[in-house]
Design a binder for this molecule. Structure first.
Ligand code: FRU
Length: 493
């Protein structure tokens, strides 16, 4: 179905109860609804927003177009959780119903201040000629969860030298000053990040551009995030317009980070190493981090990409968020691990220890559609080892390791319905070592694979048939020792 502009900018408030119920019913019939991931009740979810810990709970909002699986008029949808595992749907957090956000309450972030959660976001507007004007706006949530917008934007103008692609404020506090990074496009159509400062979150001063050494690196940098971790400065952003380079940058758009010295807030100089992709799978974009009361740096991403059609579109919904990950820095690299709390989803488990010798094997209890699988391959003599999962006669998703090339590959060529085929159906990345640990979270229509305790992550949607439940372990050309545990996971409450 082609969506007209009018349909995409229709407000949920205009839809009748019957219409919404019919849409919900259609969505609930989808065979690809997730069991332990945040997903929209109807319509399309994209970026995580306002990720924070406030008043004893985690809050996580997301970009939401309620009325169908397309990018239309965006609301902020609010979810919250006591444990990062069970998320409660709260309802709409921010409605795009003011002059400064009339065409979408776009992405932004949250910070606690004066006992209230402050939400800074981009108000997207369009004039009668459909020319965009972005405003940076503020909304305040009190301890009862009531959210009220400030009636005027806090940043009204785009400074000279930048286009109207100017959005996604991520705010933090250092000493007594608030800072925000904003994703921007220079007039010469290259992407960058700008820095603002404020004493009170209301009055903002433009400090200038963050000085990286990436002068021409795509046409727009979306969803920037800056934080300090283990004495390092980390700048995350989602650049658009990179060309594929070897195994890298294979998706339509990328998300990654620069690791360096801490950002000099006076000179705006950020000395850093290479841009590194955060995730090597097919579906990952616009991640956001927060720091919690335990001092952990947590990250959640959108398990989807812009401008790509997905098989759930025909069921009236699209996308979900990733599981929360904890970030640390080790050996000059960001390491990402699933948060410990996810262990509370575990139910019964099975374990197998075996030696595979140039063969493919299945084991009792190793099957299903929603589970966690931890698998260690040691004493590797085989040329290639791996796992086929969500498999049956004619379907499989494969994660494998080529020992000679020292490369891990995720293959969704035969995963069922495959989105974005034009961008290829395999993703590969280098992983060093003679042993391999794979940690998979498999939900009805997704997989997140943590390699060697978070050195790399492959996040992907997969759309197999419900009966594709087999798990097969294999070794090619030689032997390998296998030690694997599978946990059935409960559904999120
Ligand atoms: C990233 C993005 C953001 C924008 C939002 C709109 O996916 O394009 O830059 O704020 O989505 O939904």
């Amino acid at each position: 179905m082609e969506w007209t502009r009018k349909q995409r900018y229709r407000r949920i408030e205009e839809a009748t109860k019957e219409e919404l119920n019919a849409l919900k019913e259609k969505v609930n019939k989808s065979i690809w609804r997730q069991k332990f991931h945040i997903q929209p009740v109807t319509g399309l979810l994209n970026d995580p927003n306002g990720f924070s810990y406030f008043n004893g709970e985690y809050h996580l909002f997301y970009q939401w177009f309620p009325l169908g699986p397309v990018h239309g008029l965006k609301y902020w949808y609010h979810t919250k959780s006591k444990d990062l595992v069970n998320w409660q749907n709260v309802g709409i957090g921010i409605k795009p119903n003011d002059y400064f956000d009339s065409h979408g309450a776009y992405s932004g972030s949250a910070i606690c201040h004066d006992g209230k959660l402050h939400l800074m976001y981009t108000g997207n507007t369009r004039d009668e000629n459909w020319v965009r004007h972005p405003y940076q706006c503020l909304a305040v949530m009190n301890e009862n969860g009531r959210i009220e917008k400030l009636q005027e934007p806090v940043i009204k103008e785009v400074p000279k030298g930048y286009t109207d692609h100017y959005r996604d404020p991520k705010v933090w506090k250092e000493n007594d000053t608030f800072y925000a990074v904003i994703g921007a496009q220079r007039e010469n159509k290259t992407g960058c990040i700008v820095l603002y400062s404020s004493p009170d979150l209301k009055n903002w001063t433009f400090e200038g551009e963050v000085q990286t050494n990436l002068k021409e690196f795509g046409f727009m940098w979306e969803c920037p995030d800056y934080f300090e971790l283990d004495g390092k400065g980390v700048l995350i952003f989602s650049p658009q317009g990179l060309e594929p380079k070897g195994d890298q940058f294979q998706n339509i758009y990328q998300s990654g980070y620069l690791l360096g010295n801490t950002l000099d807030l006076k000179t705006k100089v950020f000395e850093h190493g290479e841009f590194v992709e955060l995730d090597r799978g097919f579906d990952f974009y616009a991640p956001q981090t927060t720091i919690d009361h335990k001092g952990r740096r947590l990250l959640v991403g959108w398990m989807g990409l812009p401008e790509i059609e997905y098989p759930t579109d025909k069921d009236g919904w699209a996308h979900c968020l990733t599981l929360p990950r904890e970030l640390t820095v080790q050996n000059g690299k960001l390491i990402q691990c699933p948060v410990k709390e996810l262990e509370t989803l575990r139910q019964d488990s099975v374990n197998v220890k075996d030696i595979l010798d140039d063969e493919k094997k299945m084991y009792e209890g190793f099957n299903g559609t929603t589970y966690e699988l931890i698998c260690e391959f040691t004493n590797m003599e085989a040329d290639e080892v791996g796992i086929e999962f969500r498999s049956c006669k004619d379907e499989k998703t494969v994660i494998s390791y080529n020992r000679k090339e020292q490369k891990v590959t995720l293959d969704r060529t035969h995963s069922g319905e495959v989105p974005a085929k034009e961008y290829g159906t395999t993703r590969t990345c280098s992983v060093e070592g003679d042993t391999l640990k794979l940690h998979l979270f498999v939900d009805t229509s997704s997989v997140e694979i943590f390699i060697n305790d978070g050195v790399e992550v492959f996040t992907s949607r997969i759309f197999p048939r419900p009966e594709s439940t087999d798990i097969r372990f294999f070794a090619r050309n030689g032997k390998v020792t296998l030690d694997t545990t599978k946990y059935n996971l409960s559904t999120m409450n």
